[in-house]
Ligand binder design. Structure first.
Ligand code: FES
Length: 102
């Protein structure tokens, strides 16, 4: 769907996983941009209807890019930069509530 236009601005290559699949990216790249060029090109499904959503505004406003990173849920992919070894999962439906032991 999408591909990078300017390889001359490339930074250090790193590896992340998206739903368990290894993906080569550039350090500091927007995770939302990575999802838009990684099949199935979506970030999450809605809690009520299960409809697929993809990054839309790319500036932290629409919340259509919510993902899970390293077990933390509802992270905005467009506000997150790729780091080596990052484990990204598409957020399917309503995330489980956090396990809080007070
Ligand atoms: S793409 Fe809209 S909040 Fe991330």
């Amino acid at each position: 769907m999408f591909h990078k236009l300017s390889p001359e601005t490339a930074t250090r290559p790193v590896t992340i996983s998206v739903d368990g699949v290894t993906v080569e990216v550039e350090e500091g790249e927007s995770v939302a941009a990575i999802l838009l060029r990684t099949p199935p090109f979506t970030a999450r499904t809605t809690p009520v209807s299960g409809a697929a959503r993809a990054p839309y505004c790319m500036m932290g406003v629409c919340f259509d890019c919510l993902i899970e990173i390293g077990g933390a849920t509802s992270i905005r992919a467009c506000m997150t930069r790729a780091r080596d070894g990052m484990a990204v999962r598409r957020q399917l439906g309503r995330p489980a509530p956090p396990d809080i032991n007070l």
